[in-house]
Design a protein around this ligand. Structure first.
Ligand code: PEP
Ligand code: MN
Length: 373
């Protein structure tokens, strides 16, 4: 299923090469600013304090706040547009905000907002994304697309395709974590595989990490932000507020401009380009070894599946269940011990064997249900 989606996306990409804002700006890309615009004073003083340490950043502030439950602060709306305009004029920042419908977009375009983002609660709904995409036809503005709240990659892909189809080339992606059964210690679980897959599908689109909505608390920010850079992500969105304890939304996760400065200086941004020749040669030789090992691993797995099929036939002939609890326990115990002796992590080995066992069961079920066997 994934590969069909990939092919469709390759076709769309082929006709729309990327040449937008992020290509021209310098990496890492930073989007800082409060969760919500609350007052002119709060918007300007936060921007002023950020400008003391940073110049090349995009300033964010939500004007229309998609709150999960009603009755909370739902944003100042239209009147905050002028405050963002002042931020542009006074500090030279590009400014951005979230749009959840065509009306928001129209107001942003009329008021010189430089870029917009689609939030997680919008990306989750193809109807809303399509309405915004229709309103974007003929418009030239960078659009950032957050991943949907829950871990469904195709919804994120669908939102990107809808925005691409509207004619927008200047697209950025934001990984903000996903809501899962148990998100602890995060507010939204970072789903790095999800982000890596998006990077693979859209290598030319910048991929940013919204570490604030992943962490939900400042203590986790350094670890998550550094991991984003280690995984070759291109930038960060960090919610920054002049007075976090008195913020009207996301009070627990915003940091002051001073803490922001300390956070960013503590991070190491790494280039994904390998320029050093000697290092490149060494890397190539190690990667060749990895390729050989991968081949051997797959050959061994294929051989294992060959015996699995044989066993499947015997189970069918003898009319016994495919899943055998005792044997499975024995395998887990054994590989856990082997993992310890080999210095491998036990949970990792368990995960690998869960998948192998799953595949083995499907193969044997196929044999069990096949009339010819
Ligand atoms: C936000 O950026 O303030 C926001 C509401 O984010 P998300 O859509 O990721 O929840
Ligand atoms: Mn927020």
């Amino acid at each position: 299923m994934m590969s069909t989606q990939t092919n469709e996306i390759e076709e769309i990409k082929a006709v729309k090469p990327y040449a937008g804002f992020f290509k021209k700006a310098s990496r890492p890309y930073y989007i800082f600013g409060p969760c919500s615009a609350e007052s002119e004073e709060q918007v300007i003083s936060t921007a002023k304090a950020i400008s003391e340490n940073f110049s090349d950043v995009v300033y964010r502030a939500g004007l229309w706040k998609p709150r999960t439950r009603p009755g909370n602060f739902e944003g100042v709306g239209e009147k905050g547009l002028g405050w963002l305009k002042s931020v542009k004029e006074q500090f030279g920042f590009q400014v951005c905000t979230e749009v959840a419908n065509p009306k928001h977009l129209e107001l942003c375009l009329k008021n010189g907002i430089d870029m917009v983002w689609l939030g997680a609660r919008t990306t989750v709904n193809p109807f809303s994304v399509q309405e915004i995409a229709d309103a974007l036809k003929g418009v030239d503005i960078p659009v950032l697309i957050k991943n949907p709240i829950h871990p469904e990659l195709s919804l994120w892909l669908g939102a990107i395709e809808r925005i691409q189809n509207s004619g927008i080339n200047d697209i950025g992606l934001i990984h903000r974590g996903v809501h899962y059964r148990n998100n602890l210690p995060y507010r939204n679980l970072p789903y790095w595989e999800f982000a890596i897959e998006l990077k693979r599908l859209f290598p030319e689109y910048p991929l940013l990490c919204d570490a604030s909505h992943i962490c939900g608390t400042p203590e986790l920010l350094p670890k998550v932000a550094q991991k984003a850079f280690d995984l070759a992500m291109d930038g960060l969105m960090i919610e920054t507020h002049i007075d976090p304890p008195n913020a009207l939304s996301d009070v627990q996760q915003q940091i002051t401009p001073d803490v922001l400065e300390a956070l960013i200086s503590s991070l190491q941004f790494k280039s994904s380009e390998i320029l050093n020749e000697e290092f490149k040669n060494e890397l190539d030789s190690l990667r060749n070894k990895i390729d050989v090992i991968d081949e051997e691993l797959l050959e061994k797995i294929a051989l294992r599946m060959h015996y699995i099929k044989k066993i499947g036939k015997y189970k069918k002939e003898n009319n016994v269940t495919i899943f055998q609890l005792e044997r499975w326990n024995q395998i887990i115990d054994r590989v856990r011990k082997l993992a310890t002796n080999l210095g491998l992590s036990k949970p990792f080995v368990k995960k690998v064997f869960d998948d192998i066992h799953d595949e083995s069961i499907s193969l044997q079920r196929k044999i069990g249900n096949d009339k010819d066997n």
